[in-house]
Design a protein around this ligand. Sequence first.
Ligand code: IPE
Ligand code: IPE
Ligand code: MG
Ligand code: MG
Length: 351
Amino acid sequence: MVDPTGRKANCVSVQVATGRASSLPWGLITTDAELIDRVSAGIEQVETLLEQAAHSEHPLIRESAGHLVAAGGKRFRPLLTLIAAEFGDPITPEVLSAACVVELTHMATLYHDDVMDEAPLRRGVQTANARWDNTIAILTGDFLFAKASQMLADLGPEAVRLQARTFERLVTGQIDECLEPGPGESAIDHYLGVLADKTGSLIATALRFGAELSGASPAVVDLLTRFGEVFGVAFQLADDVLDIAGDMEQSGKVPGTDLREGVPTLPTLYALESTDPESARLRELLSAPITDDDLVAETLDALRSHDAMDQARATARRYAEEARELLDALPDNPARAALFALCDQVHSRTV
Ligand code: IPE
Ligand code: IPE
Ligand code: MG
Ligand code: MG
């Protein structure tokens, strides 16, 4: 299978005999040929913008910033920006710039996140922290964020404000993930709040940019933003399940990275809340970061067959359904149908 944009890792798309893609990448399933053509062409242009943005005269920065761009990824947030633009006048230069900005911001946070999580692999390649070191990884993330800010400046002060608010929430979520729940707050509520901030915020903004910059009506802008906020939590929950149930081939990341770091995820929180005596060993294992390879394997095995996984899948499904309901009020067009399909896809990703 060849992706229409030529990207390498983590992309799902189907190529038919004519050479034309029969669907959009990653779960945005549609048979509408015009939508496929427009969005595929848009993504190709975003790829060029990303390559330009990651370029630097400085040889080391050029290599470190180009590293994750070249490794691929789903380009899910720019895809959402382009889909949202279908509710207005699609794929203007401003929409393309915003699509590039959200992916650059996402990538900047991945460089930083991999330092926080001491992750060795991302998008099927070594992380920047593993390939170089933490300092290079952090500063490369900052470099990409600076490039995103330069592009944003051309989109005007409202866009800059939206991006700044989004980044504030994202960072707050990343910090809150490292903290205990507040007084009277359950671990699960705390965690779901973290996901809304660290992941829902940028996915909501990806859609908002697309809708706003294409001139969609304020009601549509609002609905798509709310959709992104809720869908983003389902998306992250699916990722959490995959960190336990998935394999390297599928995710491009090392399974169990969250366990090694002692980062809470919904399946581990549900397992910790369980009270059955058979799970006592699992609860003990989960009470601290697990560094020993054999213990990580034992924990992954125990979790995979634990009810906590189905509970986490059910919660992901609930968020996907809540997001889906918001779509009912949108104009009926092929982009809306693709978003409906996405809500089904995010859940099936976890099973
Ligand atoms: C990874 O995001 C971080 C999460 C919010 C789950 P993606 O799953 O979109 O990663 P890439 O961009 O495809 O690598
Ligand atoms: C997502 O968190 C990172 C951001 C939202 C910045 P995770 O740590 O769960 O994501 P992965 O699994 O490393 O992609
Ligand atoms: Mg991580
Ligand atoms: Mg993390």
